[in-house]
Ligand binder design. Sequence first.
Ligand code: NAD
Ligand code: UDP
Ligand code: UDP
Length: 394
Amino acid sequence: LREKIRDLEQSLSQKYPPVKFLSEKDRKRILITGGAGFVGSHLTDKLMMDGHEVTVVDNFFTGRKRNVEHWIGHENFELINHDVVEPLYIEVDQIYHLASPASPPNYMYNPIKTLKTNTIGTLNMLGLAKRVGARLLLASTSEVYGDPEEHPQNEEYWGHVNPIGPRACYDEGKRVAETMCYAYMKQEGVEVRVARIFNTFGSRMHMNDGRVVSNFILQALQGEPLTVYGTGSQTRAFQYVSDLVNGLVLLMNSNISSPVNLGNPEEHTILEFARLIKSLVVSRSQIQFLPEAQDDPQRRRPDIRKAKMMLGWEPVGVSGLTPSYTLAQATQPGFTCGFNGPLLAVPVTPNRPKTFQRERPANFYGLVPLEEGLNKTIHYFSRELEHQANNQYI
Ligand code: NAD
Ligand code: UDP
Ligand code: UDP
């Protein structure tokens, strides 16, 4: 049997990314709504590679078939073109409910549709979960905290959202979606998990989705001005997509039904961020200040103590190294750490492991997480631009 499994794995791995073999009792049937989008497609990759059966449901509003095309035809994979605002009848064990536009220009483009997707769409997925006895994880957002009056934001904070402002369709939509999850949990016994996701970036972000990471990288690569809205003193904290995906899977398979923040607590002003991207791209672009966006949250940074304590999760960046391994690596001769923090931007010599440990700032999570992730993302966007220039995409 072992040989048969190896042969099967080998023949599939020639055509597809490598997939683990899971026995029937460990293999789950997993639905990912919004699975052709940025986060959903990376989650698809992880769950497929872990050996599960994955069904992606997407209406391709902001997602693209291209993000998951490497799985098309695989016996564990199915892609369904479907809008979650319409009921869906399939049989699954777990539902990762990600379907929703996520960037401000996208969710403001059709606010009524954003509301329908987050309310009716979530209701349908909860109805499905109830019928088949599946567990549902909602991709909620740090936007439920609005323009926060508490900093950093922990899960106990109720938020500060303008219910009639331009962001309300998304913020209030997600708040109702959370409310629905707990109503179905209490009234119908549905198992729910709620991830409050903070700003995330990485490959497969939509080129024109208007988020700050994609905007700045594209502008820097094309020599155009980097557009900073307002003074640039507003802050955000950015996590790399692989960290988020690991957190989502850990949360889904945990016994924590209350909301959990998933994000990287390393906070930057938007102006610092513009300068960082400019320098990583080695771009001569100017920085241009544009009018402030209405209701733009001024500060945002996750308190991730709950995820750390209850899931054993924290961001580790692109390298995927745990902090202790990072420490071992960092003490190798010639190792340099490009982290922007006060003391780590120096080579660490083998004789200084203890110093490194002592000097490590409290908010250091792995190897230069932000710069490494940004470099990968810059590489991705420059390839996208090349493809576009060669008319390889329609
Ligand atoms: P994305 O726009 O790349 O992905 C969203 C996906 O949902 C797309 O594939 C889109 O086509 C699909 N979709 C939208 N409406 C749908 C509908 N009615 N029916 C079926 N499919 C639909 O965005 P993303 O960044 O991958 O976000 C995924 C989820 O994570 C969203 O729910 C978002 O609110 C949440 N989130 C993301 C971030 C972030 O920084 N990326 C932060 C907080 C929360
Ligand atoms: N629903 C769905 N798939 C299912 C079961 C339900 O899409 O497998 C939808 C259904 O159309 C309904 C919603 O989920 O609108 C809520 O379902 P629930 O059973 O809670 O409500 P009811 O059907 O009793 O109004
Ligand atoms: N932002 C900016 N220039 C841009 C795009 C965004 O200065 O070209 C700012 C925006 O005003 C906000 C921050 O960057 O303060 C993050 O914006 P994004 O749309 O990425 O995410 P969100 O506001 O949802 O956190």
